[in-house]
Design a protein around this ligand. Structure first.
Ligand code: FAD
Length: 482
């Protein structure tokens, strides 16, 4: 018998379970252009996945392993690629690590059944929380809030704990973490610069040739594609930016796309880094980092990221939810950047241009600029989801679905977040100084859209305690017109 492990492009773990399993004779990696044809994926995302896969192949071969690799240039679909390798190499057993996205395991099962090979699955080890424990917690907590999950996670892992108590006496330092950038005197360290090597250069050429109409310019590719580069990227973040991460977590700047964010998801979501790597690196530096930054950052990684995965697994109905009944489709210029309307508010235009350039925007821009605008304009959550999934270098269904349908678009009616994340221009101005004056911010389409939004959805939002004040303000603005 010949037993092979199929390693998916999002599972490029240095400690993939296949590598410790003596039953495995060879590794299979299958690139498929067909997968990237399904949506207009950003060119950087395609380069990232393909280049990271090829580096993985090379690394494992250097270790002396047998690796079978189907390049996308063969023109095979994923299924055809796997079936081809099974036939060609007389494989009788196929093992893989359970996929984070729904539907993938079933698809591989079908390929294996058609090929008549035995199967085995390893648990998904790309997260901190074992699947069984995660699912059990969400079963026991049907109205699961992130804060409850996070406390459980801290206690379960002992991270930032002093015995049974949270380090420093508080679970959450959010209140300390809401500063805008000061007008002057703040230096924002640059992200590490990575020179593309021969493999990446080759992939860039292939992507330009095969996906010329996809958004972005492959030649500007900027992300780590190996474990070593990803670790160096993590180290640079911990050394240079983590200390200020907390304070400026919610800040925005018209001329600065990354601020003090880590930009770790491109590597994390492919397995080039694990959350364990991130937690270890951060805790090692903990002596030099203010507690609000330390806690604020670790909450994102051990809290939000794992909580979103749990929500995705526990609530398949999130995908496709549309509590506000929104129907507008995103226009083509959201993908192409061509013909962006002149009256698009400046924060949205700026962030959109950044996304088209880098395939990235930081969290508060995703939530309070893009997501906010999509809600105010009445775009359908499925259309919004499709856009994020296509344009962002770190987007995969397990993390997109709860973030877009849940946190950002309130399509779940308030499971992930307790209220829709909408705001007028004043908030955006306070956190990002987008407009030349406070007055311009107040008069922007955000402010008008905000009041309209509350009015349009009054019936659904009524009774939400966090919206009692805004709804009352909305009614008193409306009153004189009656
Ligand atoms: P940092 O700000 O440095 O945060 C550190 C880490 O915390 C991140 O690397 C990430 O692993 C984790 N994290 C923080 N917030 C979240 C969250 N809400 N959900 C999951 N993990 C989180 N994240 C993705 O990984 N892929 C996506 O496609 C994605 N789409 C999003 C879409 C919307 C509308 C919103 C509101 C959020 C989305 N997020 C997504 C969550 C979050 O915005 C990104 O994880 C984060 O911006 C990635 O940049 P960073 O690595 O610089 O994060």
């Amino acid at each position: 018998p010949r037993r092979a492990a199929l390693i998916l492009g999002t599972q490029l773990l240095e400690r993939h379970p296949a590598l410790d399993d003596d039953d495995i004779d060879e590794l299979l990696l299958v690139e498929s252009a067909e997968l990237f044809d399904r949506l207009p994926y950003h060119q950087h995302k395609i380069v990232l996945v393909l280049s990271a896969m090829r580096h993985y192949v090379e690394r494992r071969r250097d270790e002396g392993r047998t690796v079978r690799h189907v390049p996308h240039t063969d023109g095979r679909s994923f299924s055809e690629g796997v079936a081809h390798l099974i036939r060609e190499h007389g494989i009788t057993g196929l093992a893989w690590m359970r996929a984070s996205d729904r539907g993938v395991d079933r698809r591989i099962d079908r390929i294996a059944a058609r090929a008549g090979v035995q199967t085995k699955r390893w648990a998904d080890v790309a997260f901190l929380t074992p699947e069984v424990e995660l699912d059990a917690w969400f079963r026991d907590h049907p109205r699961a809030r992130m804060e409850d999950f996070y406390r459980w996670q801290r206690q379960r892992t002992g991270i930032l704990m002093e015995g049974d108590s949270p380090a420093g006496g508080r679970w959450n330092y959010d209140a300390d973490n809401r500063e805008p950038l000061p007008k002057t005197g703040i230096r924002i360290p640059e992200l590490p610069r990575i020179e593309p090597d021969a493999i990446t250069r080759q992939v860039i050429e292939e992507v330009r040739e095969r996906f010329p109409d996809h958004p972005g310019d492959a030649r500007d590719f900027w992300l780590p594609v190996t474990h070593d580069d990803a670790r160096a990227w993590l180290r640079a973040f911990v050394d240079e930016r983590l200390g200020d991460f907390g304070r400026f977590e919610d800040a925005m700047a018209a001329d600065e796309p990354f601020l003090f964010h880590s930009v770790l998801t491109p590597a994390l979501n492919l397995g080039l880094l694990t959350p364990h790597d991130v937690v270890d690196a951060v805790l090692e530096a903990s002596g030099d980092v203010p507690l609000p930054s330390l806690e604020g950052f670790l909450r994102q990684v051990i809290g939000w990221r794992e909580y979103m995965r749990g929500m995705y697994r526990a609530h398949p109905e999130l995908e496709g939810a549309n509590a506000l009944g929104l129907t507008r489709e995103l226009e083509p210029w959201w993908y192409s950047g061509e013909g962006i309307p002149d009256d698009l508010p400046i924060p949205v235009r700026t962030v959109l241009e950044r996304v088209l350039q880098h395939g990235y925007a930081h969290h508060i821009e995703r939530l309070m600029v893009l997501g906010n605008w999509f809600l105010l304009e009445g775009y359908a959550p499925a259309s919004v989801n499709r856009w994020f999934l296509s344009l962002f270098v770190d987007a995969y269904p397990w993390v997109m679905v709860p973030n877009v349908f849940g946190m950002s678009q309130f399509a779940d009616g308030g499971m992930v977040g307790t209220k829709p994340y909408v705001s007028g221009g004043a908030y955006l101005q306070r956190m990002g100084r987008w407009w030349p004056s406070q007055q311009a911010a107040k008069e922007s389409a955000f402010t008008e859209g905000y009041w309209d939004f509350l009015q349009r959805h009054e019936a659904v939002l009524e009774g939400n305690p966090r919206l009692a004040l805004p709804l009352a303000q909305m009614r008193s603005r409306r009153a004189p017109e009656r």
